[in-house]
Each structure stands twice: as C-alpha cells, then as structure tokens.
Design a protein around this ligand. Sequence first.
Ligand SMILES: O=C1O[C@H](COP(=O)(O)O)[C@@H](O)[C@H](O)[C@H]1O
Length: 225
Amino acid sequence: MSYHFNEYADREMLSIALANRIAGELRGALARAERVTMAVPGGTSPGPIFDDLCEVELDWDRVDVMLTDERWVPEDHDRSNTRLLRERLLVGKAEAARLLPMFLPCQDPEERLDELAEHIRPNLPLSIVLLGMGSDMHTASLFPGADNLEAALSRNAPILMPMRAPGADEPRVTLTAPVLDGALSKHVLIFGDEKRAALESAKGKSREEAPVNAILDGAEVHWAP
Ligand SMILES: O=C1O[C@H](COP(=O)(O)O)[C@@H](O)[C@H](O)[C@H]1O
C-alpha cells in the first residue's frame, strides 16, 4: 500500500492548495462526463476547504455532492454533517450543486438505508472523495471496534452501512470501504501532530485496527500542523 504525503506550512495554505486541486479535478472530470460526484467528510477539519472551494468557478450545476458518512441526527442539529455542507460548501457558486442525501428523518438509520443507497447507486464510482481521519484512525464512520466494521470493510460490502461504535456519540451511516476506495481520485485531510502520528502508526496494522488503511492505497494525504 502506498500513498503520497503532501505537507504544508499551515492550514490556510493547505486549504487553498487542496481546494484548487479538487477544483481542477472536478473540471477535468466534467470535461469527460455530463455529471460528476464528489464525496466529502464532515467533522471539524474540512470547513476551511469548503469555504475556498465554494467560490471557485466551475459548472457546479453538473456536480453531485454527498457526504462520506453522516451522524444520525436531524439536519438542524449541531453535529449534523449535512448542516455543515449546507452552511459551508453548498453556498456561493457551489449553491448550484445537487446534494445527495445521507440522512432521512426517522428514528434508526436501518429504516431508510435502502432508500439512501438507491440515490447513490447511479453515481458510482465516485469521481472524487475527500476523507477525514480521527486520531483513532477511523475514516468516514469506519471506526475501530464498530459493530458493522468487518462487513463494511469486506470486498462485497453494500454501498452504505449503519455503524455504531464506542467512539461515536450517535448511530452513523457510512459509505463502505469498497465504495470509498473505488473513487477515481482520493484525498485524505489531516491536521496536527497527533493525527500525523496516528497515520504513521497505522502502517503494519490490520484494517480492523486502523480502518484508514482501507482507503490509503493510491491516495493523496494532505497534512498541516
Ligand atoms: O465524525 C467524523 O469524524 C471524522 C474526523 O473528523 P474531525 O473532526 O477529526 O476532522 C470525519 O472525517 C467524519 O466525516 C465525521 O463524521
């Protein structure tokens, strides 16, 4: 497994460079296909990249945007990744993009999982995926110790799986490893020394211990202190 490690002087420089890189890839993909799909993470890291990306000039009305994973909370909840997308990415020029839902109102994700997966199926393989990583080496909602981790890592995993994990506050839904790993372009965003050390320590570990290993091969990792 090999990936390319891109190191930046600070987070602002990373955000500008990565937003430009993704914009270039979106333009390239739009030159080859009528519609393209980009999956992005939630959490605390990607906001500044969204702020830069949403202002770039491209045919956003031909772009489908979705999350790599979602916390099963209503869209107006503080922890909703969909809320982050609506507030920081699907604004400005990118307001014209189409959002593929990763949450539908109901108690448990299992109730509407098939519906969500059917929205996603025609959009595979993903053109671009941007992933985050936690210091426990989870990526998307593939958490070490999660109830459905083994199934979500398997080669014939379904598109989407529900996930409950000791390190996660609420039930989640996540794109599974083959869907994330099958994206035509993969970027991983990490900030800070703790996450850099975690990524380093993932080397030699199994995918169950370090789920990020399931998507790293051929990926571009972007790091700033
Ligand atoms: O819960 C989540 O965490 C990861 C990492 O988030 P961060 O706050 O450490 O940047 C994120 O990639 C994932 O999409 C999100 O649901």
